[in-house]
Design a protein around this ligand. Structure first.
Ligand code: AQP
Length: 341
């Protein structure tokens, strides 16, 4: 069994501007992990974005905006590898190899596909269905051992483990691919839609009022929290009191995520408070924490040359790790590679 050095990989797709869930559930946690005892690789997964239609002009802008979000939140390209997926062709190559390892039955169990395809499953792209095999390739191309994600991506990381295990077994390459661990921690691993507490907050949700965008100004943030759906009850004095109150629980979790405390601590602080008190406090906190990030994003977005340079440099670093692993994979599978070396 090969011992894999700890390496973190995660990504965000540029299917629109960043929303608060992407920040609290993913990017903020990446920043917290940065600089610890492992290599960290963060990706703007643009190949994933086109699983649903993307206007070519907007894709480029969204790729830069997600990159600006990473940088503004604190990802440092000197400490972490930061790049966009399509600039490292090895992702698409390994994804094809994994399409031939993953089983149709496994894909059929993916709940995100069912949610996204809905009743329209015959008309969605084949890419949307195959997406988890590309995600497995993204992770395993770097022999990543840890994958920080929001709750919604847990099943895909588990599928990645299944693909790694099947590959290793079928090709007699025990330990070649690590079985990566999903890391899902903190109070806001599933930020919910502000208008419907049963759905997660998404970049591409129908109404702008259901999400906080990372580029929203202070007035917009205050308005969205004010109009967020809640129930008439005040906040309870224990977390159990939030059972069956998904919208209330969501706002408490968001407060905890932004203030880096626990939902229990938030309940202790606001026990008995009505929404007229809690919502403005939440809006103030969000403006305080997100304001500097959105200002920095706006500044970075004015210098697209610099963003593009960071991504190009990151892609070189990523490829230097990925290509030897892809070459080994081809060798293990028996491909004739006479151009090599
Ligand atoms: N609501 C959320 N709460 C917590 N974490 C979330 N993430 C996404 N939404 C939430 C986490 O953000 C990372 C990047 O996700 P992604 O952009 O690659 O894909 P997604 O999960 O499909 O995000 P969206 O915003 O919902 O995009 P669309 O609307 O285009 O599908 C992941 O770690 C994810 O868990």
């Amino acid at each position: 069994m090969t011992n894999h050095t700890p390496r973190v990989f995660s990504g965000v797709k540029p299917s629109g501007g960043l929303q608060l869930g992407n920040y609290l559930g993913a990017i903020k946690r990446f920043v917290d992990m940065q600089g610890q005892d492992f290599e960290a690789i963060f990706c703007v997964v643009d190949l994933h974005a086109i699983t649903v239609w993307q206007d070519p002009k907007e894709l480029k802008a969204a790729t830069r905006e997600v990159t600006a979000g990473y940088l503004a939140a604190g990802i440092d390209p000197a400490k972490s590898v930061l790049f966009n997926q399509s600039q490292v062709p090895a992702h698409a190559e390994l994804a094809w190899l994994f399409n031939c390892v993953a089983r149709v039955g496994w894909m059929n169990r993916m709940t995100q596909f069912k949610d996204k395809a809905g009743k329209n499953a015959e008309k969605v792209s084949l890419g949307l269905y195959a997406y988890p095999a590309l995600m497995a390739a993204d992770i395993l191309l770097y022999h990543a051992t840890h994958v920080p994600v929001g709750e919604d991506q847990k099943q895909h990381v588990e599928l990645t483990r299944d693909i790694a295990a099947k590959f290793n077994h079928d090709y007699g390459a025990e330990g070649f691919f690590p079985l990566p661990e999903p890391i899902i921690d903190g109070p806001a691993t599933r930020v919910m839609n502000l208008r419907d507490g049963s759905k997660k907050m998404s970049k591409s949700g129908e109404s702008d009022m259901e999400r906080i965008n990372m580029t929203d100004d202070a007035d917009t943030i205050a308005k969205k929290f004010k109009k967020a759906r809640t129930d008439p009850e005040p906040l309870p004095d224990t977390l159990e009191g939030l059972k069956g109150r998904p919208e209330a629980r969501n706002l408490v979790d968001i407060y905890a995520g932004l203030s880096e405390t626990s939902p229990e601590a938030v309940i202790t602080e606001f026990a008995g408070a009505g929404w007229g008190k809690f919502k403005p406090a939440l809006a103030d906190l969000a403006v305080e924490k997100l304001g500097p990030i959105s200002e920095e994003m706006a500044r970075l977005m004015n210098d697209t040359v610099e963003i593009d340079r960071v991504l190009a440099q990151g892609a070189e670093k990523a490829e230097a790790i990925a290509q030897p692993i892809l070459d080994q994979t081809y060798d293990i599978m028996g491909f004739l590679r006479s151009r090599k070396g």
